[in-house]
Design a binder for this molecule. Structure first.
Ligand code: IMP
Length: 200
């Protein structure tokens, strides 16, 4: 017998839940920390009308909360990238599939990231942006996994430092799933092994 549509939805949700490990950060903890970052940025950039630049798609959750709690005038813009095979020598190199709409020459940029792991993606994008002559560039990331870092690019604002685990939620996905979760959870190692990811 064909499963009913309701059973299919429930099965899909149960399957997703099975992949989740423990919750690392609750929605409230994340939002509180974002307000603190927003307060710091509002203080540091008063009078500078900074441009917040984010990379689609994972950053949209963090970006929208940050924008709503920053109290000074700011602008926002987005880039989109696609990754090359991370196992190749091009690791960290990305192809821009959507560039910024704004000209950034002379602007104060805050590069907003959801998570910095090796830092290679960030390093690559910041190099591209720096070549366009902004007045300054600083980095603000919600999550950071410092154990994996392969670059020395300074990060001015960090929300949370995380252990070396694959995490999902609050914008972070595993093969496009789990982004919508309002909290941050570990992905169970079995879930990763079962579906050997091609982009990790
Ligand atoms: P990096 O170049 O190694 O710093 O990789 C950064 C990108 O890898 C992030 O923008 C995410 O898309 C992805 N990433 C790294 N760690 C995680 C994780 O734990 N969960 C989900 N995505 C991750």
């Amino acid at each position: 017998m064909e499963p009913t549509p309701t059973a299919t939805v429930e099965e899909a949700q149960a399957e997703l839940r099975r992949g989740l490990g423990r919750t690392l950060l609750t929605e409230e903890e994340i939002r509180t920390r974002i307000s603190e970052l927003a307060a710091e940025i509002s203080r540091d950039y008063a009078g500078l009308n900074p441009l917040l630049v984010g990379v689609l798609k994972g950053v949209v959750f963090f970006m929208s909360d940050l924008l709503r709690t920053i109290t000074i005038p700011v602008s926002v813009d987005f880039m989109a990238i696609s990754r090359y095979d991370p196992s190749r020598k091009t690791r960290g190199a990305v192809r821009l599939i959507k560039d910024l709409d704004e000209t950034i020459e002379g602007r104060h940029l805050i590069f907003v990231e959801d998570i910095v792991d090796t830092g290679l993606t960030l390093n690559y994008l910041v190099r591209i942006l720096r070549a366009r002559g902004p007045a300054s560039i600083e980095v603000c990331t919600l999550f950071s996994k410092p154990e994996h870092r392969l670059t020395t690019l300074p990060i001015r604002y960090t929300g949370f430092e995380l252990p070396d685990r694959f995490v999902v939620g609050f914008g972070l996905d595993y093969r496009e799933a789990y982004r919508h979760l309002p909290y941050l959870a570990e992905l169970r190692p079995e879930a990763l092994q079962l579906n050997a990811p091609d982009r990790l």
